[in-house]
Ligand binder design. Sequence first.
Ligand code: 13P
Length: 244
Amino acid sequence: MRKAVIAGNWKMHMTCAEAQAFAEVFRPSVEDLPADREVVLAPPFTAIPTLSAALAGSGVRIAAQNVHWEDKGAYTGMVSAPMLLEHGVTHAIVGHSEPRKYYSETDEQINLRARAAQAAGLIPILCVGESLDQREASETERVIHRQVEQGLEGIDPERLIVAYEPIWAIGTGKTCAADEANRICGLIRGWVGFDGVIVQYGGSVNPATIDQLMAQPEIDGVLVGGASLDPQGFARIANYQPPA
Ligand code: 13P
């Protein structure tokens, strides 16, 4: 039985003061979380120490939104795995569509990040997904297969999360239909070649869509952007109702 992973990606939101206020409201809602799931939050780098301290002992894990492949060096603006470990970080998002788009991150670089994360003991959350143009050109499967194959070269699938995030569903309010998200997550599992790998769905997940998504057999969790900024809404997502 795969353990569900409910993750929130705060992107470039939340000061330390805001993260502290979020934690105070959110923490009680995860105190009695069922044992079948785990909650992860990815604040901006600057809020990691605050959030990590505010949620210590709650069971909520802390993720970084990216990680560099070197431990140290002349890489202005970057943060390495040992720097994250010092603050109790356990996961690192790699290959999100935003750095792929805005900073031209390549599958090779993303693979280096994932490898460095695993080597340091962090669990990489590899994001993959097609654009609307690619979907309309029937390239969805080819694009995602390539992202999975190149992103995961040399990666141990037992210490890995893959997040299927169709770019057209991110921040648009258009959630991918649950059965289609389920189908793609199943394909990803096959390409990874390990039945136990955790495969998440991400893209406009909210409290109204979570139960239906989590009822899908191939969807082992979610990566939530906008809806993870509201502590009550994210609490509802973390406390999703499993199918009867
Ligand atoms: P939204 O939930 O805001 O669509 O963002 C999804 C996402 O990019 C999570 O990484």
